[in-house]
Design a protein around this ligand. Structure first.
Ligand SMILES: [Zn+2]
Ligand SMILES: [Zn+2]
Length: 421
C-alpha cells in the first residue's frame, strides 16, 4: 500500500502555512484562561467539522475531541486481503489502531507587551506559553490527515484540552472518556518554545522522565502567642517554623538519592503582626518537584514526619496539607524512538535533538502518559533575531510561526507511519 511520502506531506504542510498561521493569530487575539475556553473550542470544532472529522464537544468541560477514521478499511484492496485470509469479511480484521494527538488551548493571566498587530485584545490575558500555536499545529495536522484518510486504516484522535496551566484539564478529559471509544493505543504531544535549548525548527526528544511532578504543601504551626519580652510564657511558632524549614531541606540533600532530581522549596512564610508580639500561628507554603514517581509517596511522608517531630519536640502543634499536582511526564522509549524517526523524515535527522536534561517544570500531558504509551516532545520556536527568544510566561513571549507547519507535518507523518502497514 502506497502512502504519501514525507516530502509530499511537508510540501502540502508548507502550502497550508498561511492558514495555520491565521488560526494561530485568531486564537492569539482572544486568549481564554483555565478551564473556560469556549471560544477557542468553538473555533476548533468548526474547523474539524468542516474537515468532515467527527467532533465531540464539551468533553471534560470545554474540551474537544475529533475522530478521523481512515477509510482504507472498506476499499477493494482491503476486501481482497480479507478474502485471502479465508475468513468472512470483518471477522478476522486485525483490531483497528488509534493514535491520539494532543494540544492544550489555555492562555495565562499576563498583560501582553509584544506590540504585535495581532496581540491579545483582552486586557490581562495572553497566550504567553505558545498553546495558541499548539492548537494551530494540530488543526494543520487534522487538515493534512483528513485529506489522506483513504491512505490509512484505523483512527486518529485529536484531543484539544483546556486548563493545562494548573487546572489539570487533561485529567478531566480522561475522566470524560477522551482516551476511550475507540481506545487510544499511542499518544503524542508537543510543546513549542524555548523550554529546552534547541534551535527554531528543531525537534527535541527525550526518553523516560522529561518533566517533573509539581506538588504543593501548606504547613501550619500552632504555637502560643504572647509578649515578645516573655518568650518563656509562649510557644513561638516562628522559631518552630524556622527549624522545620531547615530540616525539610535535608529530605532532598540527605534522604533522596543524589542522582534522583528533586526540589523542595518553601516559598511563603507568614506570621506575626508586630516586632514585640509572638504570634499564635505560622503558615508555610511550598512546592515539591521530582521525576521519580516513587518519591510521590516518600517526600510527603517525610515532610509530615519531620514537621510533626519538630513541633512535638518544641511543644507546638502542626498541620500538614499536601496536595498532589501533575505527575512527572514520562516518555515511553519505543514511542520516543518511533517519533524521532518520523520527525527526522520531516525536519532532517540533523534537526532531531536528544534533550540531555529534563526540566523541573510540570505539564499535565503526564496524565495521558500514565495511561497510554506516548511521548511529549519539544519543537523549538525561538530565535533572538526575530524577538521570539523570551522565556515562557513572559509578557513579550512569542513563537516563530515559521515552524508551525513543520509541527503539523511531523504529527501527520507519525500518524501515517503508525497507521499504514
Ligand atoms: Zn505554560
Ligand atoms: Zn505550556
Amino acid at each position: 500500500m502506497t502512502r504519501p511520502d514525507p516530502s509530499t506531506i511537508l510540501e502540502r504542510a508548507r502550502s497550508l502555512q498561511g492558514q495555520i498561521i491565521s488560526w494561530r493569530r485568531e486564537i492569539h487575539q482572544y486568549p481564554e484562561l483555565g478551564l473556560e475556553t469556549p471560544k477557542t473550542a468553538g473555533l476548533v470544532a468548526r474547523v474539524l467539522s468542516a474537515l468532515d472529522i467527527e467532533v465531540r464537544e464539551k468533553v471534560g468541560g470545554w474540551g474537544v475531541v475529533g475522530l478521523l477514521r481512515g477509510s482504507r478499511n472498506g476499499g477493494a484492496a482491503q476486501e481482497d486481503r480479507d478474502r485471502s485470509r479465508g475468513g468472512p469479511l470483518g471477522s478476522e480484521k486485525p483490531a483497528e489502531r488509534t493514535i491520539a494527538l494532543r494540544a492544550d488551548m489555555d492562555a495565562l493571566p499576563v498583560q501582553e507587551e509584544t506590540g504585535l498587530p495581532y496581540a491579545s485584545k483582552i486586557p490581562g490575558r495572553m497566550h504567553a506559553c505558545g498553546h495558541d500555536g499548539h492548537v494551530a499545529m494540530l488543526l494543520g495536522a487534522a487538515t493534512l490527515l483528513s485529506e489522506m484518510r483513504d491512505k490509512f486504516r484505523g483512527n486518529v484522535k485529536f484531543i484539544f484540552q483546556p486548563g493545562e496551566e494548573g487546572a489539570g484539564g487533561a485529567r478531566l478529559m480522561i475522566e470524560d472518556g477522551a482516551l476511550e471509544n475507540p481506545k487510544v493505543d499511542m499518544i503524542l504531544g508537543a510543546h513549542l518554545g524555548v523550554l529546552w535549548p534547541i534551535k527554531s525548527g528543531q525537534v527535541g526528544t527525550r526518553t523516560g522522565p522529561t518533566m517533573a511532578a509539581s506538588d504543593r504543601f501548606t504547613i501550619t504551626v500552632h504555637g502560643k502567642g504572647g509578649h515578645g519580652a516573655t518568650p518563656h510564657l509562649t510557644v513561638d511558632p516562628i522559631v518552630v517554623a524556622s527549624e522545620i524549614v531547615l530540616a525539610l531541606q535535608t529530605i532532598v540533600s540527605r534522604e533522596v538519592s543524589p542522582v534522583a532530581p528533586a526540589v523542595l522549596t518553601v516559598g511563603v512564610i507568614e506570621a506575626g503582626t508586630a516586632n514585640n508580639v509572638i504570634p499564635e500561628d505560622c503558615v508555610m507554603k511550598g512546592t515539591v518537584r521530582y521525576l521519580d514517581k516513587r518519591l510521590a509517596e516518600f517526600i510527603p511522608r517525610r515532610i509530615e514526619e519531620i514537621s510533626m517531630g519538630i513541633a512535638r519536640a518544641m511543644r507546638a502543634e502542626v498541620e500538614v496539607d499536601y496536595r498532589y499536582g501533575y505527575p512527572p511526564v514520562v516518555n515511553d522509549p519505543a514511542v520516543t524512538e518511533f517519533l524521532r524517526k518520523s520527525a527526522a523524515s520531516i525536519v532532517g535527522p540533523e534537526n532531531v535533538v536528544v534533550l540531555d536534561e529534563p526540566t523541573m517544570g510540570g505539564e499535565d500531558m503526564a496524565y495521558y502518559l500514565e495511561r497510554v504509551p506516548g511521548t511529549f516532545f519539544a519543537i523549538g520556536s525561538g530565535t533572538p533575531e526575530n524577538g521570539t527568544a523570551y522565556p515562557h510566561h513572559h509578557p513579550k513571549f512569542n513563537i516563530d510561526e515559521g515552524v508551525l507547519h513543520l509541527g503539523a507535518a511531523v504529527f501527520a507523518e507519525a500518524c501515517l507511519e503508525f497507521l499504514c502497514d
